[in-house]
Design a binder for this molecule. Structure first.
Ligand code: PGA
Length: 263
């Protein structure tokens, strides 16, 4: 393990709006549990089911070392916010939350400012946060990925301090790579993850830049995960489609373990 890594590599399963019934959700989590549990002291595995399955999945993963997270949260603690879930409601039985996923930015109009508020509220409620950033294909084609991603990171960190860095993860997910089967060229991913760490350093300090974990996400599979997790500044991956296949996700955990074991 590199000396920079004081924390474990992270492999996150973003199930999105799947599966559509609790039996399938429980089958899926049981399918990954033995491998994820067997590697829990070397790879941090986190499952992000849809809200209605969180409670049932929490019972399966309890005491296993496998962590649980929500795919979103609101920034207020309670009140007249129909349909929202506050970080305080997740604390205690979820350890993690995703904020700023591109599907929420695109389909639900989530802004950088909202993402920043969500991140700060989640961290203040003892949750660990995966904040997602990434450029659209038009930015990639125009060569403006760096500007877009650094602006998202700057805005997302607006309410945070160095004290938050140990529980903050930034997932670089080029939007054109998500669910498309077109995973990013590892060199592009590396350069962008390096940029993200530099921006974190500028905003909340060099110590924070070392502590924050940075993930790659976007069409990660068992076949290509090695090319990302072997990148020097990459601390793991955020997996969507491939996390819905228990054996494939288990293999992603195994490969990550192997790669980090040799660092
Ligand atoms: P994907 O999704 O692995 O299906 O591309 C990743 C994500 O959206 O987090």
């Amino acid at each position: 393990m590199s000396s920079r890594l004081s924390q474990l590599p992270l492999v996150a399963a973003n199930w999105k709006m799947n599966p559509t019934n609790v039996e399938d959700a429980l089958d899926l989590v049981r399918g990954v549990l033995s491998v994820a549990r067997g590697h829990a002291d070397r790879v941090e595995s986190v499952i992000f089911p849809p809200f209605p399955w969180l409670l049932s999945v929490s019972e399966v993963v309890a005491e296993s070392g496998v962590k649980l997270g929500a795919q979103d949260c609101f920034w207020e603690a309670s009140g007249a916010y129909t349909g929202e879930v506050s970080p305080a409601m997740l604390t205690g039985w979820c350890q993690w939350v995703i904020v700023g996923h591109s599907e929420r930015r695109v389909h639900l109009g989530e802004t950088d400012e909202m993402v920043a508020k969500k991140a700060a509220a989640a961290l203040a409620n003892d949750l660990s946060v995966i904040m997602c950033v990434g450029e659209l294909s038009e930015h990639y084609d125009a060569g403006t990925s760096d500007q877009v991603v650094s602006a998202q990171v700057r805005a997302g960190l607006a309410n945070l301090s160095a004290d938050d860095s140990a529980r903050l993860v930034i997932a670089y997910e080029p939007v054109w790579a998500i669910g498309s089967g077109k995973s990013a060229d590892p060199e592009h991913a590396y350069m962008t993850m390096r940029l993200i760490r530099r921006v974190v350093g500028e905003l909340i300090g060099a110590g924070a830049a070392r502590k924050v974990r940075v993930l790659y996400g976007g069409s990660v599979t068992a076949a290509n995960v090695e090319s990302y997790v072997e990148l020097p500044l990459c601390d793991g991956c955020l997996v969507g489609g491939a996390s819905l296949k228990a054996e494939e996700f288990a293999q992603i955990v195994r490969v990550t373990n192997e790669v980090y074991g040799h660092r």
